[in-house]
Design a protein around this ligand. Structure first.
Ligand SMILES: *[C@@H]1O[C@H](CO)[C@@H](O)[C@H](O)[C@H]1NC(C)=O
Ligand SMILES: *[C@@H]1O[C@H](CO)[C@@H](O)[C@H](O)[C@H]1NC(C)=O
Ligand SMILES: *[C@@H]1O[C@H](CO)[C@@H](O)[C@H](O)[C@H]1NC(C)=O
Ligand SMILES: [Cu+2]
Ligand SMILES: [Zn+2]
Length: 239
């Protein structure tokens, strides 16, 4: 790492030298600039973006019930999908989860990103909330808040999330965890509230991994259809 950094610095310096001394449009300058850029990109962005994805990166998380959760608790399955524009775009996510009780009068369920992608002990081995900046809950990058199932399902699109899939604080390889209870959003007046929102048992979890664009597009059209359906219904009700 040190060696790479000094190499980058060296190249950057020599590139600056070239700027002063010669025409920046000359071939050697472009060559050096490209090498510096490539080096930085490799250092900062382990996931390379290519033409196939139009500068986007996509990820999926295949939700499964925790091996540590009792059989009488909701057995949650489904997907959480992520999309982000390379390298500065804000994260978008689709939550598509099933297996909740069918009545609509149930508590919210907290969803977070946890530090580890380790499911060796069910969801209990995923560690605490991913907290790279040592701040209190609910200011962790993966504090997604509460979700309210309708007819046993969660179908939700969220934009402008503060977690990222790029750089040193990437969520790739970490986990998404859904809890039995509602997140108190740090207002519980106790220590746990500022660590995890007192959201209770871990019902289900999954590890975040890179995927192709098609999964996202399929799910997004489902979420969009649902929204359109609701808008249509509202329009009919008003008519
Ligand atoms: C990406 O697309 C550009 C223009 O559309 C093309 O010139 C280039 O060869 C492509 N690169 C790869 C790696 O396919
Ligand atoms: C919803 O749940 C609350 C508390 O559990 C209860 O007081 C209320 O009557 C329920 N409402 C319906 C419509 O079932
Ligand atoms: C996205 O979030 C940031 C910080 O949370 C905020 O400053 C910005 O206005 C938001 N952008 C949109 C389009 O909502
Ligand atoms: Cu959690
Ligand atoms: Zn948190």
């Amino acid at each position: 790492m040190l060696l790479l950094l000094s190499l980058v610095t060296g190249l950057a310096l020599s590139a600056t030298g070239v700027v002063i001394e010669s025409d920046p449009n000359s071939e050697p300058f472009h060559d050096i600039q490209k090498k510096v850029n490539d080096l930085w990109q490799n250092l900062l962005y382990p996931v390379m973006v290519n033409n196939e994805t139009d500068g986007m990166i996509y990820a999926t998380c295949e939700m499964l019930p925790s091996s540590k959760i009792d059989a009488d608790k909701p057995q949650v399955t489904g997907q959480v999908l992520f999309k982000q524009y390379y390298s500065y775009g804000r994260l978008e996510a689709i939550f598509d989860l099933d297996g909740f009780p069918l009545d609509n009068n149930q508590s919210g369920r907290a969803i977070h990103i946890h530090k580890l992608g380790d499911l060796s002990d069910g969801c209990d081995s995923t560690g605490g909330h991913y907290n790279p900046f040592s701040v209190n809950h609910p200011r962790h990058p993966g504090d997604f808040g509460n979700f309210f199932p309708k007819e046993g399902k969660i179908r939700k699109y969220k934009a402008n999330l503060s977690a990222t899939m790029f750089g040193p604080y990437s969520i790739l390889g970490r986990s998404v965890v859904i809890h039995e209870q509602e997140d108190d959003m740090g207002k519980g007046n106790n220590k746990a509230s500022l660590e995890n929102g007192n959201a209770g048992k871990r019902l289900a979890c999954c590890v975040i991994g890179i995927c192709n664009k098609n999964l996202w597009e399929e799910k997004l059209s489902e979420v969009a259809d649902k929204k359109k359906g609701r808008l249509n219904k509202r329009a009919q009700n008003q008519a």
